[in-house]
Design a protein around this ligand. Structure first.
Ligand SMILES: [Ca+2]
Ligand SMILES: [Ca+2]
Length: 407
């Protein structure tokens, strides 16, 4: 207790009394270990209050509520120091009655962790915490004024009038987008939402900024489907020459500004003859920054029903002894029924075992000419698309050197 000074030398007594107050070096650190958070995710902060002495201190701790970060579980950290029972959320967030820590001797510390659900809007979220010495203890502020041990994006401020040390972790909010893909043009008329042969299909991929900061170098993967060739891309880098599908190709959008939409235009040219088995052109984007649950990232167009592109009657003349027609488009042996694909071989011998290894339907040529294989080659296989076989023709072999097959 100080007495009212009545003589000038009593000022000396005041100074002596202050020196007798315990002197601590109290400071606080706080970080979630990252510099950017994403709405909807959970982030974990660690708070440590340290006394570098020399005298003990019994400080208080407060981590006030901040919009955009909802605290979840609080616990003593795995290196708890003096923490034995963590505060409740309400205790930790109180500024008028801040949470009372145990006494920290020199080099003592108290450490807790807590989770926070990120529901912030805007471009950054700042999260503070502070500690202050108990009454009768002086905080020198040496540690608080030092930036040693602070993560990037974390700052610390010392208030000499109260001894309070405040730490702030400021993170950017990662940009949020929605992505959609749409067919916007077909070169054939009428525009019928059908991928016809040799048709140019134009798609738009729209990346809409929905929150957080601006986005640079937004990556996504364009999956070029079988039966098409990507011929042009505008609005993104990553396209240099035409790419034939099936192939995944990465594209990059330079900037998605806050609140705006970046549009990428992609042109596909369909094949003059679709590969066997291609009945639709399914075109999608994904990967990179595309949300995993994107439901509007895929456009599917059917291809036209398969129609014969050859004369309805196929006439063959060969000096070979056999026309072999017994193999279906799946590589199996077909003894009856119908099939969309079939082969003809002109050979000197009858083939009635497994399909010859050189029977490759997808690689076979389609002949519409009347002069087929003459003389018969080693394996003159011809694959033709066909709706049906003519009934009455042997599926196994035709033992003749001249025949007419109506598909
Ligand atoms: Ca941070
Ligand atoms: Ca069309």
């Amino acid at each position: 207790m100080l007495v009212q000074p009545q003589r000038p030398d009593c000022l000396i007594n005041v100074a002596i009394d202050q020196k007798t107050q315990p002197l601590s070096d109290l400071f606080i650190t706080k970080s979630n270990g990252v510099q950017s958070v994403r709405p909807g995710e959970q982030t974990t902060y660690t708070i440590r209050v340290t006394n570098d002495g020399p005298e003990p201190v019994t400080p208080v701790l407060s981590d006030p509520f901040v919009a955009g970060l909802t605290k979840g579980t609080l616990q003593c950290s795995s290196t708890p120091g003096k923490c034995t029972t963590p505060p409740t959320v309400a205790q930790l967030e109180s500024e008028t009655s801040p949470f009372q820590l145990p006494t920290l001797n020199a080099s003592g510390f108290y450490e807790i962790t807590f989770t926070a659900n990120v529901n912030a809007t805007g471009t950054t979220v700042a999260n503070q915490a502070w500690t202050a010495p108990g009454s009768g203890t002086i905080n020198s502020g040496v540690g608080c004024n030092s930036a040693t041990g602070l993560d990037p994006s974390v700052t610390r401020v010392y208030d000499p009038s109260t001894g309070r040390c405040t730490v702030t972790d400021t993170d950017t909010i990662a940009g949020q987008v929605t992505v959609e893909k749409e067919l916007v043009a077909e070169s054939n008329t009428p525009q019928n939402k059908i991928a016809e042969p040799a048709e140019e299909l134009t798609y738009e991929v729209r990346i809409r900024h929905q929150g957080g900061g601006a986005i640079s170098d937004f990556d996504f993967v364009e999956f070029i489907p079988d039966g098409t060739t990507r011929t042009a891309v505008t609005g993104a880098s990553g396209f240099t020459t035409p790419v034939r599908g099936p192939a995944p190709v990465k594209l990059t959008v330079n900037q998605v500004p806050i609140g705006e939409t970046a549009t990428v235009t992609i042109k596909l040219l369909t094949a003059a003859n679709f590969p066997l088995g291609v009945t639709e052109i399914k075109n999608r984007v994904g990967g990179g920054g595309v949300p995993a649950d994107c439901s509007q990232c895929e456009v599917t167009l059917p291809t036209p029903p398969s129609e014969p592109t050859f004369p309805p009657t196929l006439s063959c003349t060969t000096s070979g002894n056999f026309f072999n027609t017994a193999y279906d488009g799946a590589g199996g042996r077909k003894m009856s029924g119908t099939d969309l694909y079939w082969g003809v071989a002109m050979k000197e011998e009858e083939i009635n075992g497994p399909p010859p290894t050189d029977l490759v339907y997808s690689a076979a040529s389609v002949y519409t000419d009347s002069a087929l294989q003459n003389p018969p080659g080693a394996a003159g296989w011809i694959a033709l698309t066909s709706m049906t076989y003519m009934s009455g023709i042997s599926m196994r072999s035709i033992n003749t050197n001249s025949t007419s097959i109506r598909p």
